[in-house]
Structure formats: C-alpha cells, structure tokens
Design a binder for this molecule. Structure first.
Ligand code: UD1
Length: 448
C-alpha cells in the first residue's frame, strides 16, 4: 500500500504539461478493438485505468505494446467477445467496450458493472441504445449476453440524458452498423469529439460530434489509424486549482483552453488573475481566494462534475460562503467528510454542498474516497499547515500520472511512500504518524 505525504504551505510556481486525457484514451482504446488492424495511440497517459483497458484488449486477443506514452494495438487476431467479471471490476468505465466488441463481433458478454463510489452508475441508457441498433440482450445472474443475429442496424436514438458513456457506445456500435444512425441529445464532451476523430481516421463516417445531434453513416469495416489523444482537461483544472490554493503562479501548457471554459470564470471569480493564450493557461492567485456564490455541475459545456470535489477543496479556504450543486451524480460528496478533518466547514444536504471558508486548514491523516475526491484531499494538504497523509492512493493513480513528481516540480513538498517498505526499514513504525515537528524555513515565497 502506498500513501502520499504532504508538508503543506509551499507556494507553487512554474510551468507544467498535463498528460493525455484518461476519458478520451479509454474509449479510443476500445475503438482500437473495433478497427481491424494496427492503431497507434499517442499521448496515452500512464494510468492504472489505461492499464486495465490494455488488459481487456489483450484478453480479447489484441496484441498490445506500450512505448512511453504511445500505445500500439494490433486487433487483427481479435477473437474474444467476453470481458470477465474481474476485468470489468478493475475499471468502472469498461462498459465502453460493449459497443466496440458488438461492432466487431456481433455479440458481447459482460458483467453488470458493480456499484461505484460515486453512485450506482446504471447502464440503462447504454442498453436502450444498443437495443435500438438491433441488439438482443439476455441477462442471467449479473451476466449480460448481447447478440445481433441480423447484424447491427442504424437507427434514430434519443437519449433521455446526454450520457458520455452511452454516447460513446453508440458511436462505436453504429460506426459499422448497416445504414445511418442519428443520435439525439448526445453528450457534447470534448472526449466524444476525440473518439469520433479517431473513428473517422479509421474510416468511419461520423458527423456532428461535439453537438447534441450526431449522424453516423455505417461503413462495412474500419482499419487501424494513428491518433494523438487530447490533453486531460480535468488534470489541467486540478493543477490550476492547486496553484489557486497555494497563492501560486503557475502555467499549464499544451491544454485546449476552450475545454476549460467553465472553470476559468470561476477561477477569476475567486480572484485569480488568468491569462490564456494559444495552448497555455496561466494563473496568478491572490493572497486569499474569494468565495464563489453558486456553482452547478452540468453536462459539457457546463461546469464538470469531475472538478466539483477539487473546487470544493479550494473553496474551503476562500473568504466567505460558497454553494455547489451536484447535478450529475447523486452521491459525489464523499470527500466532504475527509475535508472536515482539515478543519474545513462543509455541510451537505442532498445534492447541495455549503462551504464556509476558513482562514487555515490543518494537515490531517485522510483517505481518498474516489479518484477526484482523493485529489481534493491532496489539494487540501498542499494548502494546509503541517503534515497530511493521504491513503487510498490507488484511486488517485486511476487518473493522475505521477502527481507527486509534477507537484514537486512546482515546489510542493510531496512524497509517495510505500508503507510496506517503510515498515520494513523503520524500527518504530508509529513514527510515520507523529505530528510534524520539522523546523519551518522562515517566511518568504516558499512558506506562507
Ligand atoms: C463519464 C466520465 C466521468 C464523468 C462523467 C460525467 C469517462 C471514463 N468517465 O462517465 O469521469 O464524471 O462522464 O461527465 O469518460 N446514467 C444513467 N444511465 C446510464 C448512464 C448514465 O442513469 O445508462 C447517469 C449516471 O448514473 C450519472 C449520469 O447519467 O448520474 C452521467 O453519467 P455518464 O455521462 O454516463 O458518465 P460516465 O460515462 O459513466
């Protein structure tokens, strides 16, 4: 087991580059199974969720090779159509393989994705959309068996909610279906456009991705393609908030500023000076953040639910009371209880979180409840006085590539510690949790 240890109150300064988007890379890797031949995916982040996707591809019979941030997938010999329970559970969004496997083999066998730390995450919209495309479903004991005896056929599909995963599954399944599919009320996230760009590079005919109506003219088959994954807008948002919380001055380069369109005005409202140019976003934080009256999470281009926990952490030290309303997932405030341990003042009632800013947070031992909620605790630790220990790091590793290295490059005091090794080398294991008594260096930029 690993933990992240932070000695807070270091002002972050410098420039960083974020990794490729996790939420783009996952459906694109699934799409590589649909495209018959070799695909080369560049800017593919090194994350445990991506590793899980690569294991699914290998299980399906694809040949997979990773060279740094490039992943090569050769799906020529793909023979499998089943994702076993164990692999389904490794990655919560593995349901996105459904459309790809169905499109490639005409059948698929998956387990119902288990419960999830941010709500039940039902897949009814995925199932509804697949049925519209001519897919039959048999369910027994949590095992879902899909088949399309007559082949997949284009259809007019209206989603009752613009689900990201369901939209991706429709793109994947309809790309090689017979005829035209028109998808209404589609998700408009940049990751949808990235997936469509990859599929079009493989020979698909998809128009309108990024809008709420997408038209997919089915083609008989797809071939492999080269593709570069878009930058991770959630990771970029995370590091900007880290700068905001530490009176920092940081630049995040190689981002698509338009993808951060909902966050930038919020950062300005918090008193940060934001400069945007080309593929850069730079932030200069004020001595104390201002509160943000009301933030509502919404489907893109609204404020992303994935940034909600991170913004909550930042608002704990803002001057005044802020309100967040979570409209996407029903139980996405698990970080709130952990933030209280830092001395934050937060109350949650249903989908509404009220955050009364405090002057200072105090470091604490905490446990990551989920991916973004976990990083919210790291953010709190960066701003807090004293030492913070974050456990449950495996959640954070699903979506952030070596965050400790990146934060250290900005001047943070962050270590990743393997608890087993620590126990083996320490005479007195209890020392790890003793209060921090290291002398603080005097004043200046580094220690506020
Ligand atoms: C994706 C992202 C996730 C992000 C979310 C919303 C990936 C790998 N994950 O997740 O980081 O937080 O979009 O932006 O891209 N729903 C149903 N029935 C369904 C499908 C969804 O009720 O069949 C509900 C969900 O429970 C949730 C809401 O719709 O409340 C949004 O889900 P969805 O857009 O599908 O999110 P994911 O694709 O799971």
């Amino acid at each position: 087991m690993e933990k992240i240890v932070i000695h807070g109150q270091k002002r972050l300064r410098g420039e960083i580059e974020t990794h490729g988007s996790k939420n783009s890379a996952l459906p694109i890797l699934a799409a590589a199974a649909l495209a018959n031949g070799e695909s080369v995916i560049h800017n593919c982040p090194r994350l445990s969720d991506v590793d899980a996707a690569l294991r699914i591809l290998t299980h399906l019979g694809c040949r997979v090779r990773r060279e740094g941030h490039t992943v090569l997938v050769d799906s020529t010999g793909m023979h499998g159509y089943e994702v076993p329970d164990k692999l389904m559970r490794e990655m919560r969004s593995s349901v996105v393989f459904l459309g790809a496997i169905l499109g490639r083999t005409g059948r698929a066998k998956l387990c119902t994705p288990g419960g999830c730390e941010i709500g039940l995450r039902p897949i009814d919209l995925h199932l509804f959309a697949m049925e519209q495309l001519g897919v039959r479903l048999q369910e027994a004991g949590g095992l879902l068996e899909f088949s399309a005896p007559q082949g997949l056929a284009g259809a007019r599909i209206t989603l009752s909610f613009p689900s990201v995963g369901a939209t991706e599954n429709v793109l994947l399944a309809a790309a090689t279906a017979k005829g035209t599919t028109v998808l209404y009320n589609a998700a408009r996230e940049p990751e949808i456009s990235d997936l469509a760009d990859f599929l079009n590079g493989c020979g698909a005919h998809i128009q309108g991705a990024g809008d709420s109506t997408i038209v997919i003219d089915g083609v008989p088959r797809l071939h492999g393609a080269n593709h570069t994954v878009i930058p991770d807008r959630i990771a970029a948002s995370t590091y900007l908030l880290a700068g905001a919380m530490t009176q920092g001055r940081i630049c995040v380069k190689d981002v698509v500023p338009a993808h951060l369109g909902a966050l930038l005005p919020v950062l300005r409202e918090m008193g940060c000076d934001m400069t945007v140019s080309g593929r850069w976003v730079c932030l200069s934080a004020p001595p104390r953040l201002k509160r943000v009256k009301m933030t509502r999470t919404m489907p893109y281009p609204g404020f992303p639910t994935d940034v909600q926990a991170l913004l909550s952490a930042a608002l704990t030290i803002a001057d005044g009371t802020s309100v967040i309303v979570e409209n996407i997932f029903e139980s996405r405030y698990k970080h709130a209880a952990e933030l209280l341990r830092f001395g934050a003042k937060i109350s949650v009632e249903g989908r509404v979180e009220v955050i009364e800013g405090v002057e200072r947070l105090m470091g604490a031992p905490v446990t990551a409840p989920d991916l973004r909620g976990g990083f919210a605790l790291v953010l709190a630790g960066l701003a807090a006085h004293g030492k913070t220990v974050v456990r449950g790091v495996e959640h954070i590793d699903r979506g952030y590539e070596s965050p400790e290295l990146l934060l250290r490059s900005l001047g943070a005091d962050v270590q990743r510690i393997c608890e087993d090794e620590e126990r083996a080398t320490q005479k007195k294991p209890a020392d790890a949790e003793k209060p921090d008594v290291r002398p603080q260096s005097a004043g200046g930029e580094e220690n506020r």
